[in-house]
Design a protein around this ligand. Structure first.
Ligand SMILES: [Zn+2]
Length: 177
């Protein structure tokens, strides 16, 4: 299995001056008291990783060691069969805590990241199935309607292409709304 340090080196053009040991340690979950409690969830935001490979551990290392955040920015990561199972749902930040994935909207939103760069490729069938299942479950748990689901680039004030322009993701949103 690729270490977090190896993954960062192959995915970033510039990495900060941190030892491999520190980068790999940043792939571990921080202590529970690192988090800020979320008051009310009102939206579910879908992202892509914009990388060909990944899993919760390497994104956690990226977000902690490079961005300097307390933890991975997302609440869930859905694998594409590269560094985790195809369609595997890994937990990121605890669902009760504020994430770091949609500027200005983190205090009331859950961030779901699909591994892949959907400006260039499409999610796998298993990723889409897992995404649909997860969204259904979260809508029910938080008593939300389908209109609570957004693509990152449709979140007001967020300037990003994320998660690409993929028709299958739109179909999911249409089916759930
Ligand atoms: Zn995003």
């Amino acid at each position: 299995m690729q270490s977090c340090a190896q993954w960062l080196k192959s995915n970033l053009s510039e990495i900060p001056d941190i030892s491999d040991k520190e980068i790999n340690a940043a792939g571990e979950r921080p202590s529970e008291d690192s988090y800020v409690r979320m008051e009310k969830v009102n939206s579910l935001v879908i992202h892509h990783s914009a990388t060909a490979t990944g899993n919760a551990r390497v994104f956690r290392a990226l977000h902690r060691a490079v961005n300097g955040w307390i933890d991975i920015g997302y609440h869930f990561v859905i694998g594409n069969g590269t560094l985790s199972g195809d369609g595997e749902i890994e937990p990121g930040r605890p669902i009760w805590s504020v994430g770091a994935h949609a500027r200005g909207h983190n205090r009331g939103s859950i961030g779901i990241c699909l591994v892949g760069n959907f400006c260039e490729t499409s999610p796998t069938g298993k990723q889409l199935t897992s995404l649909t299942d997860l969204l259904r479950e979260l809508l029910e748990d938080f008593h939300l309607s389908g209109s609570a689901i957004s693509l990152h680039r449709n979140v007001p004030g967020c300037r990003t292409e994320c998660p690409g322009d993929n028709p299958t993701i739109k179909e999911i949103l249409d089916a759930l709304s």
